[in-house]
Ligand binder design. Sequence first.
Ligand code: KIV
Ligand code: ZN
Length: 520
Amino acid sequence: MTDKNRVWIFDTTLRDGEQSPGATMTHAEKLEIAQMLDEMGVDIIEAGFPIASEGDFAAVSEIAKLSKNSVICGLARAQLPDIDRCWEAVKHARQPRIHTFIGTSPLHRAIPNLDMDQMAERIHQTVTHARNLCDNVQWSPMDATRTEHDYLCRVVEIAIKAGATTINIPDTVGYTAPRESAALIKMLLERVPGADDIIFATHCHNDLGMATANSLAAVEAGARQIECTINGLGERAGNTALEEVVMALKVRHDIMPYDTQIDTTKIMGISRRVSQVSGFAVQFNKAIVGKNAFLHESGIHQDGVLKNVETFEIMRPADIGLNEANIVLGKHSGRAALRSKLNDLGYEVGDNQLKDVFVRFKALADRKKEVYDDDLVALMQDSAANTDSDYLQVKHLRVVCGSDGQSADLTMIVGGEEKTVHAEGDGPVDACFNAVKAIWPHHAVLQLYQVHAVTEGTDAQATVSVRMEEEGRIANGQAADTDTILASVKAYVGALNRLKVRREMVGENADAKQVSMYSH
Ligand code: KIV
Ligand code: ZN
């Protein structure tokens, strides 16, 4: 590998990804994801937006202290207090970076009401300030792909002269296309004095489904840092997916001879964990990490794959850490087998957690003859999402349904106190949700209710995802059970728990975060 073809992977799951409505993670979850990113070889972790809240500041500082290999980066608007706060958080890292940005397109310039000269002056002042604090400074002209080329060249030159070491070119609204993405990087490299001395980064959003293609085109034109998130998490249609660009560079190295240092066998494990903690299920046909990405359903495909795997497979499941043997534990399997299987699936469980998971596994194996990998993943997701320390817990549920009407008798633990109600509804799920509402009155509105079968057969577990909204705050809940109605209630209660936690987080408000991003 030469420096010339090395591509730096900048992961922003914990910043841009977490900005996605409903994807807010707890402090402990952020630390865990950061550790996984560090271990898989991510070069730069954007750990948060320290001025946004006390919670963001605490997470970025802690991640900076714990980081082993990755550069730890925090985001700051083009304001001196933002940059100071960012530095206070990242300075603990072995390798800190300040990332400061301002919107440079005509639409974004109108927000702080600065003319071109005033904005140029602000960029000079803020990048100089950041560079006086930290040797490693990244600057982004937000909405670069809709900024006038002459002005873009002018402000990029100012940022480089002021000391920026990486210039990121965001396609903030997912508007560009591959040829244009490449031409923009090429134009900057040709026209901006000093451009050869810094790294150009590409940061694409996926509104037109072109984020991966746009990022790769930018690399072919000379960009050497790709900004991305696990599972493509991010606002609206999300960001470039880390797993897609990394695997594209690996599988098509023949035509894109660029190298990353990502350990691709860790992709599946972190994809599952990010899906769990964000509450954003991965779509079944998602490239690389979707449940169907390596399934060969049709007869012709199966026949071909059995004769020669390369007939229909361009990469091996093991390359992304997916075990080919989807084999099966049963009710006689012991703790050691369970632990080893969980390790294969990317979960490292301590003794206490194993005890708890084993009890749940046995209960599942009693109800279901064969427990597949996907069942275990669902079980792990369920045990992470719904715990004995939750404020609201489902203790007992009895549902009556059928042609004579539907009702639910529900017992819940609310802050340690047991409460039981009887409720009716239009269908069993409605009756159950009414029962929860009778026990825990709330104004949260159900935005999404989704059920998926984890495996095949009528004894399959169902995973249920629920999204709730309350006064602009959004929270997701997930649960799995062979009883679809019970899983529905647990997911609903899980979302209510998350809303409660979010209400209580002092100064923590994802929606305030989005507003403040644009106020310069
Ligand atoms: O999409 C964007 O423009 C951003 C910037 C803050 C880099 O996320
Ligand atoms: Zn972005």
